[in-house]
Write a protein that binds this ligand. Structure first.
Ligand SMILES: [Zn+2]
Length: 80
C-alpha cells in the first residue's frame, strides 16, 4: 500500500528583520512588540542615540562687550 507524501508546499515563513541595534533576528509579527527592535532595551538605545545626535549642537560663544558701548544717555526719569 503506497503512502502518498503530502506535497511540499512552501510554508508561509514569518518575515524576519534585523534589530537595528544589535542585529538579532526579529520576527515581524504582532508578537514582536518592539519591532523592528528585538527588545525594549535596544529600542531605547537607538532612540537615545538619536536624541544625543539631535541635541549635539555647537556652542556659540557670544561677546557681550558691545553692550557697554551702547546708550550713554540720560537715565529715564520716573515719577516720584
Ligand atoms: Zn536588539
Amino acid at each position: 500500500m503506497p503512502v502518498q507524501a503530502p506535497p511540499p508546499f512552501p510554508l508561509p515563513a514569518p518575515r524576519t528583520v534585523r534589530c537595528p541595534t544589535c542585529g538579532a533576528p526579529v520576527e515581524w509579527t504582532a508578537a514582536s512588540r518592539w519591532r523592528p527592535f528585538c527588545s525594549e532595551r535596544c529600542r531605547t538605545v537607538d532612540l537615545g542615540a538619536w536624541a544625543s545626535e539631535r541635541y549635539r549642537v555647537p556652542v556659540v560663544e557670544r561677546d557681550d562687550d558691545e553692550d557697554a558701548a551702547t546708550g550713554g544717555g540720560d537715565p529715564p526719569s520716573r515719577p516720584g
